[in-house]
Design a protein around this ligand. Structure first.
Ligand SMILES: C[S@@+](CC[C@H](N)C(=O)[O-])C[C@H]1O[C@@H](n2cnc3c(N)ncnc32)[C@H](O)[C@@H]1O
Length: 280
């Protein structure tokens, strides 16, 4: 079989094709604990290794503390990340530098670049002009957005421990351009899908995008963020199968016990989209 997508063996390819996986995040490094919601580098690496070949280029337009960039380095790929909060962008830069030292010579020729900026402004340029006038086209996007303003919900169980710590952030920032600060759900969705949609001109034909997201529970109601992104962004890219990321090491809480159905939600959707330019 000629493998046009990645460098995996048939066996590795087949393993990734299952529509769900369990990945319990390993303990975080001290430097990135401050960020309220990161995904594990180990998991990001598996996606990058499936959706790209060695030496290709990955983008994360909301890079947080740089998990995608670290994973890309480990996988031998170039990477770019945009992050609005200067504190997280700085940590991402440091983490990437530390990782480069660990990996040494084998990553010398690779680019990893963190840009402190607003993804809403940076991504409608056509091929990216990021690295001293060099035009960059991306082969893959791996990202996870703010889950609307969920981090600001008072009852959010995961936030309790963080609130008691002076060092750990409970939400991303107070910047009005931070999508986690948009109050109205429909406005949030429109802005988010707009950012992802404008990436189109910076992607190569047949590039995949993976968006890791959850549906949001607020005030006793579900806002189907994952499904809404699937429907709306499916108008720009072709929506492909999802993969479900399951966590099975979380403590169960008795939400609604005895009176109402309220789940302990320990799954995320990893939504796959593909840019498929129609041939005339
Ligand atoms: C779910 S977190 C991403 C975490 C990242 N995947 C990681 O593992 O560290 C979402 C990130 O989006 C950033 N963000 C929010 N609005 C943004 C915008 N308009 N442009 C760029 N980044 C933004 C937040 O600061 C936050 O770090």
């Amino acid at each position: 079989m000629k493998n046009k997508l990645n460098n995996l063996t048939n066996k590795e390819w087949l393993k990734f094709q299952k529509s769900w996986f369990i990945h319990n995040p390993p303990p975080r490094k001290k430097g990135v604990l401050v960020h309220p919601a990161k995904f594990p580098e180990t998991m990001a690496q598996e996606f990058i290794e499936f959706f790209t070949k060695e030496g290709e280029t990955v983008l994360d337009p909301m890079a947080g503390t740089g998990s995608t960039l670290v994973a890309a380095l480990r996988a031998g790929r170039n990477s770019y990340g945009i992050e609005l909060n200067p504190k997280y962008a700085k940590i991402a830069g440091q983490i990437v530098e530390e990782e480069r030292k660990v990996l040494g010579k084998r990553v010398e020729g690779l680019t990893s670049k963190v840009i402190n900026g607003d993804a809403a402004n940076a991504l409608d340029l056509g091929p990216f002009d990021l690295a001293q006038g060099k035009l960059v086209t991306f082969d893959y996007v791996l990202t996870s957005p703010p889950y609307w303003d969920m981090l600001k919900t008072k009852g959010a169980e995961t936030q309790k421990k963080r609130r008691d710590s002076a060092e750990l952030d409970v939400h991303y920032s107070d910047n009005p351009n931070d999508l986690g600060n948009v109050d109205d759900y429909e406005t949030f969705l429109e802005k988010l899908v707009g950012i992802y949609g404008r990436l189109k001109s910076s992607l190569r034909d047949k590039a995949y995008l993976t968006i890791i997201v959850k549906n949001v529970k607020k005030g006793g109601k579900i806002y189907p963020l994952a499904w809404d992104i699937a429907r709306e962004l499916g108008k720009t890219y072709t929506l492909k199968d999802e993969k479900l990321w399951l966590q099975d090491n979380q403590p169960l809480a008795p939400f609604g016990m005895g009176s109402a159905w309220v789940s302990n939600t320990f799954h995320h959707y990893c939504l796959q989209f593909r840019l498929e330019i129609e041939k005339k």
